[in-house]
Design a protein around this ligand. Structure first.
Ligand code: SF4
Ligand code: SF4
Length: 284
């Protein structure tokens, strides 16, 4: 697919929105669906992140507003309510390019949210323009919750026009816990399908799967997820994250992962047979 074909396919998806599995069907040029995002790109911050996986830092992180999941422990949701729209991809790409040239040592660019697939047209167009301006750009990652439609999956994973070089994605929980942890009861089914297909469609692209260990969810989520990863995506690097923090002022669960659960989760990945993994972003 060339650039024009990608644009035209995205226009069709936005027209009666089929970006994600939710049944909104709204025309995103005029309306917002359940995610609360219309056609205007909105970004609530960008910054150089040194705390991502050791293979991708320093990373220029671009946080896009809005999400199509509703995780009760989301630490970001309050940050995107009053963002102003970005004028256009060209001027945004020029500003990012100036920053990259000035910084001199950016290893990767991460389109992240919220959920970047909701505004993926802007992310792709800005990525194209960055390549035009700079020639050689840092590796461009889509850092996604992977809760999107099969139509979008095939656009993002098109090998003929890879506007996205690499992928970071989350696998948060298994099917029985999907509604509680993400607000979407079909979360596990959709996301595992998309992750597996993405690794087949883009086998040579870097892929990193993050699993944030949740208190009380080691046996029902962490262990089965590690088994699924070993069986279905054996070549993907897994980042086991033990840094859960519930920032809600009136949360109803544990604030942190206990030391006992942290050690148990690390033992699970060490004995899982998974070939390549990080613990909290660091090689072991
Ligand atoms: S991306 Fe937003 S508007 Fe489109 S289907 Fe999903 S929730 Fe609805
Ligand atoms: S997927 Fe991430 S951004 Fe979206 S609601 Fe869940 S924690 Fe928040």
């Amino acid at each position: 697919m060339n650039d024009d074909e990608i644009k035209s396919k995205l226009r069709v998806l936005y027209k009666s929105c089929r970006i994600c599995p939710k049944p909104c069907g709204v025309d995103r040029s005029a309306l917002c669906g359940a995610c609360g995002i219309d056609a205007k790109p909105r970004i609530y911050q960008n910054f150089v992140h040194l705390g991502e996986e050791c293979s991708i830092v320093p990373a220029l992180v671009i946080n896009m507003c809005g999400c199509n999941l509703s995780c009760p422990t989301c630490p970001e949701r309050h940050r995107w309510s009053d963002c102003l729209p970005i004028e256009d991809a060209t001027s945004y790409a020029q500003a990012i390019a100036r920053f990259i040239e000035k910084h001199g040592n950016i290893q990767s660019i991460e389109w992240i949210g919220g959920e970047p697939s909701l505004q993926v047209g802007f992310a792709i167009e800005t990525s194209w323009k960055l390549r035009e301006i700079l020639g050689t750009v840092p590796t461009i990652y889509l850092n996604s919750n992977m809760y999107f439609s099969t139509d979008l999956l095939h656009i993002l994973c098109s090998d003929e026009a890879p506007s996205i070089d690499a992928f970071v994605y989350d696998l948060k929980c298994t099917a029985p816990c999907s509604r509680t942890i993400t607000g979407a009861k079909d979360y596990y089914e959709i996301v595992t399908h998309n992750i597996e297909v993405a690794t087949h469609l883009r086998p040579h692209a870097p892929h990193i799967l993050r699993h944030l260990v949740m208190p009380g969810h080691l046996d029902c989520c962490t262990n089965p997820i590690l088994s699924w990863c070993k069986e279905h995506i054996p070549n993907v690097c897994i980042n086991l994250m033990t840094t859960f923090h519930d920032f809600r002022p009136n949360g109803d669960g544990p604030l942190f992962l206990s030391d006992a659960e942290k050690h148990k989760a690390i033992d699970m990945i060490q004995t899982s047979g998974i070939a390549t993994y990080f613990i909290d972003g660091q090689s072991v």
